[in-house]
Design a protein around this ligand. Sequence first.
Ligand code: 13P
Length: 127
Amino acid sequence: MKTRIALIAHDKKKDDMIALATEYRDFLATCSLVATGTTGGRLVNEVGLQVERKHSGPFGGDLQIGSLLVEGMIDCVIFLRDPMTPQPHEPDINALVRACDVHNTPCATNMASAHLVLSQLQLRAQP
Ligand SMILES: O=C(CO)COP(=O)(O)O
């Protein structure tokens, strides 16, 4: 079965997400990807990945992904958060990260941990 990965980035972290997805593009192309709206749009247009796009974060996208996760449909979350900018939907962000903890789902919230998680998943996916 394909690895199911959620990709989310706050605005000031979106360039990092594009760089990350470009680096791991070959592996990510073998995965089932879901993303919040704007992040997903950039991944499709700039990296050429196939991504299921949910609503934008402030409009409930984090909650939609959290719901999928609670249903057991997500194996890993890459959520590049911006710790320096207040977000109007902070409760939704906290709910998603909490759901990862409740369900013991890997959740990388910065580039260093995202690299560790993706490189490990990539390694495990090799025959
Ligand atoms: O706000 C977000 C996550 O909390 C991300 O949403 P977008 O990908 O739509 O910008």
